[in-house]
Design a protein around this ligand. Structure first.
Ligand SMILES: C[S@@+](CC[C@H](N)C(=O)[O-])C[C@H]1O[C@@H](n2cnc3c(N)ncnc32)[C@H](O)[C@@H]1O
Length: 290
């Protein structure tokens, strides 16, 4: 006889209109993600596997449980499963050239003894480790550099993505997405058939679970924020709220680096765009240029 865990997926993988509405409401409340109207397939493919784990009959039952009080472990699993963790090394190239050619030299000129960079939705670690590799390259190319001690705080809402990020170990396929042979040889070492980020690159990065809807108070202040390819999932109001709160913790001169299709325009009036030969960043309006 089949038990619930063996039930063929197509029976349990569908969801009623009411169940879908409940789930969408829960996701937006919990983590800001706006599901949209036609993501039934996505919901089904990402959440079906939780049914067996939590001994549930179908997605409607799951939606009812997360849309009510309690059930925190299930809620955490649903958010974790519904986040899109797509990422790659040195994503889009431009932001990393900007860091190397504009931001780090400007911060070195200012002579700060310590520099804090926030990777605000770090997924499985590629973004903060790419930043750390750029810092390492900068130091190697500028012997005697007076660049201060750089610390990178990397946060995400997804515990699964953060666990991978903290481990810092990737397979050949993950490295194939943006790591050149030269970078692999310099900054990774073989480990049990996989590739581990070298200790000097990892040492600069601290990981922390953080929902961008929540207060940033425990993070302190930053000179640079990378907030890339996450605001796209949120409502205009939440985008504006997050951007405003980021402006408040950016120290002058302040560098906010967004995804290639993202801009604060229409969401927050706290920033002005700064164009450089190496790309664009956003600076709080009340901060002077460096
Ligand atoms: C598409 S990835 C982007 C990763 C990286 N920044 C990049 O550009 O490659 C989006 C990340 O945002 C995270 N995320 C989604 N909602 C979040 C929230 N409310 N708070 C914090 N992180 C969130 C997801 O877990 C996911 O890892």
């Amino acid at each position: 006889m089949l038990n619930k865990k063996d039930t063929p997926f197509d029976a349990s993988g569908s969801i009623s209109a009411e169940g879908y509405r409940r789930l969408a409401r829960f996701l937006e409340d919990q983590c800001g993600i706006v599901l949209g109207d036609n993501k039934h397939y996505l919901v089904s493919s990402r959440l079906r596997r939780l049914l067996g784990e939590h001994d549930l009959n179908d997605l409607d039952e799951l939606a009812r449980l997360v849309d009510g009080p309690g059930n925190q472990p299930l809620k955490t699993r649903v958010v974790d499963a519904m986040t899109t963790n797509e990422t790659l090394w040195f994503r889009d190239g431009g932001p990393y050239r900007l860091l190397q050619e504009e931001i780090l030299p400007a911060l070195e000129r200012r002579g700060r003894p310590s520099i804090k960079i926030w990777s605000a939705a770090c997924s499985t670690g590629q973004e903060p480790y790419s930043i750390s590799m750029v810092v390492e390259e900068y130091k190697a190319r500028h012997p005697g550099s007076r660049l201060g001690n750089v610390r990178i705080t990397a946060t995400d809402i997804s515990p699964t993505a953060l666990a991978q990020a903290r481990a810092g170990v990737y397979d050949e396929m993950a490295l194939g997405r943006g790591v050149s042979r030269e970078i692999r040889n310099k900054y990774f070492e073989p480990k049990d058939g996989l590739w581990a980020v070298k200790p000097q690159i990892k040492a600069r990065v601290s990981f922390m679970e953080l929902n961008l809807k929540d207060s940033f108070a425990r993070l302190g202040r930053f000179q640079v924020i990378f907030c890339r390819n996450v605001l796209i999932y949120f409502s205009p109001e939440l985008k504006g709220d997050i951007l405003d709160r980021m402006a408040a913790i950016l120290e002058p001169p302040g560098y906010l680096v967004l995804g290639s299709s993202e801009t604060p325009t229409n969401y927050s009036d706290r920033y002005r765009m700064v164009r450089t030969p190496h790309g664009v960043f956003y600076r709080p309006k009340d901060h002077p240029d460096d």
